[in-house]
Write a protein that binds this ligand. Structure first.
Ligand SMILES: Nc1ncnc2c1ncn2[C@@H]1O[C@H](COP(=O)(O)OP(=O)(O)OP(=O)(O)O)[C@@H](O)[C@H]1O
Length: 333
């Protein structure tokens, strides 16, 4: 656990970037700092690896004050990923990733093979390993940045807007990859973003900060969406929070109706289309499964030509349908 106790950062010009912040960041989970520009997210993050020194208060990792060891030793145990990856331009991709292991005194061959394994793990095509960073796309560079941060197998990873500079499609892929990776590695990740959608997607916990580095709310995303503590948090989450909250409820309990005769299915039971009059068949639209979210079920209803969402099992066989009326009834709190 990383614990902030009454932490304040006052810059030399008098700016109070973080004011009396107290917060407990659980181990082996993703905690996201989110908030408007200038609210002190980056300052808070960088105080953890002491690239910014706090003015007062205490930060501890698993009960040990981070000031009890020297800053360089502390930083070697903490991975750090920033926007635009911050790679060394004159080192190849694999050399970038092997940098910290080499600093730690690993032999060259082991550092190299570990770097290659990590590049594979973050989903980089290994043909790119001998290229220089400038010869990679932004998304590929970010993957290398994540691999480099993981190279010394740190318990903690700090990520400062790592995916902000890439286009939305690549960003989405990088987010998915990070979640997949985290399922394997279970690091304590502290992630800074100004994007509430990114926070909701990635965070096990979200710390919403207001300007002055004051904690407005600390909660899992579902709790934040269901019970924002005040107008500031509610405004920051956005007006469509009810719709977003559907992501956190599964379709397990939805009352499905039997598959009706108008739904044409193939020999294997998968839905083909809705019969509409004579011989005309309209395509089904999106389908959902029991384990999916209510958001997926709503999407299936909204994209259906007849207002009925088709639920399928894991083999793709249609097992039931739900119409708009039954769905909205089920959505009522
Ligand atoms: N070196 C510095 N000297 C003086 N003030 C600073 C310094 N660095 C940051 N600040 C100020 O501290 C406040 C918090 O900055 P910080 O970068 O932590 O915010 P942030 O939430 O990460 O912002 P953004 O989302 O825009 O990156 C801001 O008012 C900023 O202008």
């Amino acid at each position: 656990m990383i614990e902030f106790e009454d932490v304040t950062k006052r810059y030399p010009d008098g700016t109070v970037a973080v004011d009396n912040l107290s917060l407990r960041i659980p181990s082996n989970e993703i905690t996201v700092f989110v908030g408007p520009s200038g609210c002190g997210k980056t300052t808070s993050l960088r105080m953890i690896n002491r690239t910014i020194e706090r003015t007062s208060g205490t930060i501890s990792i698993d009960g040990e004050d981070i000031n009890s060891k020297d800053a360089v030793t502390l930083r070697r145990g903490i991975g750090y990923v920033i926007q635009n990856a911050g790679l060394f331009p004159h080192k190849t991709v694999v050399e970038n990733v092997a940098t910290v292991p080499k600093l730690l005194g690993w032999d060259k061959r082991k550092a190299h093979s570990t770097a290659m394994e990590l590049l594979e793990r973050v989903g980089l095509d290994l043909k790119l390993a001998e290229r220089y960073p400038a010869q990679l796309s932004g998304g590929q560079q970010q993957r290398v940045g994540v691999a480099r941060a993981l190279a010394a197998d740190p318990l903690i990873m700090l990520m400062d807007e790592p995916f902000s500079a890439v286009d939305p499609v690549v960003r989405d892929q990088l987010q998915e990859e990070l979640l997949r990776l985290q399922r394997d590695i279970g690091k304590t990740i502290v992630f800074v973003t100004h994007d509430i959608d990114e926070a909701i997607k990635l965070g096990d916990n979200i710390a919403v900060l207001r300007v002055g580095g004051k904690l407005a709310q600390f909660a899992p995303p579902s709790e934040l969406l269901a019970n924002p503590v005040d107008d500031f948090v509610e405004g920051f989450i956005g007006k469509d929070r009810g719709y977003r909250a559907l992501t956190f409820v599964t379709a397990d309990e939805l009352p499905l109706a039997d598959v009706p005769a108008e739904l044409t299915v193939a020999a294997d039971g998968s839905p083909v289309g809705w019969a509409n009059g004579a011989a005309k068949l309209e395509l089904v639209g999106a389908t959902f499964q029991r384990g999916d979210s209510l958001r997926a079920a709503l999407d299936a209803v909204l994209t259906s030509p007849v207002g009925k969402g088709v639920c399928v099992d894991e083999t793709g066989k249609a097992v039931g349908v739900i119409d708009y009326g039954a769905l909205t009834e089920a959505l009522r709190p």
